[in-house]
Ligand binder design. Structure first.
Ligand code: 13P
Length: 255
């Protein structure tokens, strides 16, 4: 059975010491939750320490970015194999902050997603429209382009493992989440395209999760929408009690 997938993206917050403290406390809070896939995405520097603190628990670790080359003269970059060695199972690819501030494109997203799989990591690929694009009724076109180019060349098997995060840019860090109806509409469209382009089985297996101002008080309405398989949580994941609430309210039994 496909379990809800909830990932806390810490962005550029939390030192190594903060991360270890959080994970140690959080793992005891969530220890009995077996019906949600729980993932935390610390910064690169805290990745290995967070993994060690989460060892033998039900919490998996994700990086927030990678570079597609295996090794080489690429100052400042970190490869998929290095991330895997540090203990991560997942890596976020193409977050809108990387697209906006660091020049990420659908082409680089594609190279990164393929490199992640090649090293045994599962990518969490982010897509989503800006406010301008939504207001010009371009949402579906933007999503189609990001899916087609970003996921080009993935095998059916890789598609089945994929986590695809729909994060409308206007909802990220703004406190203005997509309404459950808006999320449902976008997710239905995405799932339909995945079916069309990658086949029914891969489309059904793949997690399509929502991100953008997810909080304890809106998670339930979002995660109960058809085709919403979980959430990518930014700000609200920094507080472990709040994130625990989000995880708890995502449980199939709770919804
Ligand atoms: P917020 O939850 O802070 O809006 O951030 C969403 C996000 O970007 C998760 O990757």
């Amino acid at each position: 059975m496909k379990l809800p997938f909830i990932c806390g993206n810490w962005k550029m917050y939390k030192t190594v010491a903060d991360a270890v403290k959080y994970v140690k406390e959080f793992r005891s809070l969530v220890k009995d939750i077996t019906d949600v896939e729980i993932v935390l995405a610390p910064t690169f520097t805290a990745l290995h320490a967070a993994f060690e603190a989460a060892r033998n628990s039900n919490i998996a670790i994700s990086a927030q970015d990678l570079y597609w080359e295996r090794e080489g003269a690429f100052t400042g970059e970190v490869s998929a194999a290095m991330i895997r060695e540090a203990g991560a199972e997942y890596v976020i690819v193409g977050h809108s902050e990387r697209r906006t501030f660091f020049g990420e494109t659908d082409t680089s997203v594609n190279r990164k997603a393929l490199a992640a799989y090649a090293a045994g990591l599962t990518p969490i690929v982010c897509i989503g429209e800006t406010l301008d694009q939504r207001e010009r009724s371009e949402t579906f076109d933007v999503l189609d382009r990001q899916i087609k180019a970003g996921l080009d060349g993935l095998t059916t098997e890789q598609m089945g493992l994929l986590v695809l995060a729909y994060e409308p840019v206007w909802a990220i860090g703004t406190g203005r989440n997509a309404t459950p109806a808006q999320a449902a509409e976008a997710h239905a469209h995405i799932r339909q395209r995945l079916r069309q382009w990658f086949g029914a089985e891969a489309a059904a297996q793949c997690h399509v999760i929502y991100g953008g101002s997810v909080k304890p008080d809106n998670i339930r309405d979002l995660v109960t929408q058809p085709d919403v398989d979980g959430a990518l949580v930014g700000g609200a994941s920094l507080d472990l009690r709040g994130f625990f609430e989000i995880v708890s309210r995502s449980r199939p039994a709770a919804v």
